[in-house]
Design a protein around this ligand. Structure first.
Ligand code: FMN
Length: 181
């Protein structure tokens, strides 16, 4: 193994599922996000303070996190290369959506799952901010989610980000079932 004491970009954990973070009428893709607690249901997104989304996150009480299949990866690519400061992305790119119920953010029509999150904490970590949300409402497509918890690999084709503008998805043929028992 090579060794590096100053790792620079340490993206060896990619690919990462993409979440489209919605606040007011703006969305941006985030590959840095994570579950933090099951009870209460806490979910964190890692957002640079340079993003317009961050400005909106501080003004609003919450956000949405939308998960889309690879066929909609262009939404991530397009909305991740411009700022809501300059354009109204949802209108400009014709992204169908409706308002969330518990927070001021969009629910994308093409999403197979959406979290509505109430902002409960914001902390600085280096050049990014960890914004923690409590999931107040979960939307999911019944045909995509096995027992309402994990996506069905035969139906869902989650958008995974591999860095450098590359996106991929899962192939059920590569699934290995290991019980660990
Ligand atoms: C696939 C993808 C994933 C990204 N993940 C993040 C992320 O996790 N955190 C972040 O701050 N920016 C991330 N970005 C960059 C923002 O999405 C991008 O700067 C966006 O244009 C910000 O939009 P806004 O100014 O409207 O908030 C990502 C971009 C792409 C394309």
């Amino acid at each position: 193994m090579e060794r590096k004491t100053e790792p620079g970009k340490f993206y060896y954990f990619y690919p990462q599922a993409v979440a489209l973070i919605g606040v007011r009428s703006n969305i941006m893709p985030a590959a840095w996000h994570t579950p933090l607690s099951a009870d209460p249901p806490l979910y964190g997104i890692v957002i640079s303070p340079k993003r317009y989304t961050y400005e909106l996150l501080l003004k609003e009480t919450g956000f949405t996190a939308n998960f889309l299949d690879l066929e909609h990866a262009a939404i991530a690519a397009k909305t991740g290369s411009c700022s809501g400061k300059d354009i109204r992305k949802l209108d400009e790119f014709g992204i169908p959506h409706s308002p969330a119920e518990t927070v001021n953010g969009p629910i994308l029509d093409d999403a197979y799952a959406v979290y509505e999150c109430e902002r409960v904490d914001v902390r600085e970590y280096g050049d990014h901010m960890l914004v923690v949300g409590r999931i107040t409402l979960l939307h999911y497509r019944k045909d995509h989610a096995e027992a309402g918890q994990i996506v069905d690999e035969h139906v869902s084709k989650p958008t995974l980000y591999f860095g450098k503008d590359r996106y991929l998805t899962i192939d059920p043929k590569t699934l290995q079932i290991l019980t660990g028992k």
